[in-house]
Design a protein around this ligand. Structure first.
Ligand code: HEC
Length: 316
C-alpha cells in the first residue's frame, strides 16, 4: 500500500519537475538584450563608469579611475549660455562604461542613434571623451541616446573641467564604490517594491534602468529606508554631511553607524580634523554638558565622504 502511494507521488513529482523544465525551455522568453535602455539607464551607466565594484582598475576600492559628472550652463568651447546640461567627463584612460564599449546592450534604437547621430564609435578611451544624453526620435517615438560631445561639439575633458566649478562637479562613480565598499547595502536597499513601497520610497525601477550598471547594489534584507530616490526627498548636502559624520546629530535614535573616518585627515580648508576632540565635545553634548553639538567639518573635494555624498544625492 505504502509503496503504491510512493509511486503516485514520484510520478506527480516527475510531472511537475518536467513541466517546469519545459516552461523554462520552450516558453517564449524575454531577451534581455532587446530591452531598450531608459534615459536613467544611460545616465547611470555614464555616471558610474565601467564597473562599480571590485575590478582591476581599482582593486582596493578607492574610487579611482572613474568619470566625473558635471553641470554645464555655458558651452565650454564658446562660452555661450546653454540649457542646464549634465555632462559625463572621462579623462584620458578612464575606462568607458559598458554601453560605449558594447552599444548593443542599449537596445536597437538607442544603439542606432548613439552610433549615427551620437558618434560614440569615434570616442577614444586613451584620449578621453565627454558624453551627454540627448533626446531623439526613432521610428517616430521619442527616445534618449548617448552623444559623444567630444566629436559633436568639440568639447574635450580638459576644456569641460576647466569650465566648471568644484560645486558643479560630482564624483558619483567614485561614490558608488564607497556605497559598495562600506556595506551600506547591509541595511539599505536600492529597490523599492511594487507594493506599499510606492508611498514611502517612490517608484520601483524599470528593467532598462540597468543596461550598463555592474554590479547593481539592490541590497538584500532591508533594515533601513530604501535609497533609490533618496535625493528627491532630501537634497540637502548639509544634512547628509551631518548624518554621515554622526547619524545621531540629526536622528537621535538612529542605529546607523557613523562614517566620520571617510573624511580622512583634513577638511575642505586643509585643517587637520581632530577626531578625539570632536567625539569628546559630542559626548558632552549628548550628556547635556553642552548646548550645541560640535560643527561637522566640510569634507575635502577628494575625500571618500565627498564621493559618497555626491552618489547619495544623485539618487533621484
Ligand atoms: C546598521 C544599518 C545601517 C547601515 C550599515 C547604514 N545605514 Fe543608513 N540608515 C540606517 C537607518 C536605521 C536609517 C534611518 C534613521 C536615520 O536617518 O539615521 C538610515 C538612514 C539613512 C539615510 C536617510 C534616509 C532617508 O530616507 O532620508 C541615508 C541617506 C543613509 N542612511 C545612507 C547610508 C549610507 C550611504 C550608508 C553606507 C555608508 C548607510 N546608510 C549605512 C541604517 C543603516
Amino acid at each position: 500500500m505504502a509503496f503504491r502511494e510512493y509511486k503516485v507521488g514520484a510520478r506527480l513529482f516527475g510531472i511537475a519537475l518536467g513541466g517546469s523544465m519545459m516552461i523554462t525551455l520552450y516558453m517564449p522568453s524575454l531577451d534581455i538584450v532587446q530591452v531598450s535602455s531608459t534615459e536613467m539607464g544611460l545616465r547611470k551607466g555614464l555616471m558610474y563608469g565601467r564597473v562599480g565594484g571590485f575590478s582591476v582598475e581599482d582593486p582596493f576600492l578607492h574610487g579611482d579611475n572613474k568619470p566625473l559628472t558635471v553641470v554645464l550652463r555655458n558651452d565650454p568651447k564658446t562660452g555661450a549660455p546653454i540649457d542646464e546640461t549634465y555632462a559625463y567627463v572621462y579623462d584620458a584612460g578612464v575606462p568607458f562604461t559598458s554601453s560605449i564599449r558594447h552599444p548593443r546592450i542599449m537596445g536597437k534604437g538607442v544603439e542606432d542613434l548613439s552610433l549615427d547621430k551620437g558618434k560614440i564609435g569615434q570616442a577614444n578611451q586613451a584620449q578621453g571623451a565627454v558624453f551627454v544624453v540627448t533626446e531623439g526620435r526613432w521610428n517616430g517615438e521619442p527616445i534618449h541616446y548617448i552623444e559623444n560631445a567630444t566629436a559633436t561639439h568639440g568639447w574635450t575633458p580638459d576644456m569641460v573641467l576647466k569650465a566648471v566649478s568644484d560645486k558643479d562637479t560630482q564624483h558619483v562613480g567614485s561614490g558608488k564604490i564607497m556605497f559598495v565598499r562600506e556595506g551600506c547595502w547591509w541595511c539599505h536597499t536600492l529597490l523599492p517594491e511594487q507594493t506599499q513601497d510606492w508611498q514611502s520610497f517612490g517608484a520601483p525601477p524599470r528593467l532598462g534602468d540597468f543596461n550598463s550598471e555592474s554590479p547593481t547594489a539592490f541590497g538584500s534584507d532591508r533594515k533601513a529606508p530604501d535609497l533609490l530616490h533618496v535625493g528627491s526627498r532630501n537634497s540637502s548636502r548639509e544634512w547628509m554631511m551631518m548624518h554621515f559624520f554622526n547619524p545621531r546629530l540629526v536622528q537621535p535614535h538612529s542605529i546607523m553607524p557613523r562614517y566620520d573616518y571617510l573624511w580622512g585627515e583634513k577638511d575642505a580648508s586643509g585643517n587637520v580634523i581632530n577626531y578625539n576632540q570632536w567625539r569628546a565635545d559630542y559626548s558632552d553634548f549628548a550628556s547635556g554638558k553642552r548646548i550645541y553639538p560640535p560643527e561637522v567639518p566640510e569634507p575635502a573635494s577628494k575625500s571618500d565622504a565627498r564621493y559618497l555624498i555626491d552618489f547619495v544625492l544623485s539618487l533621484k
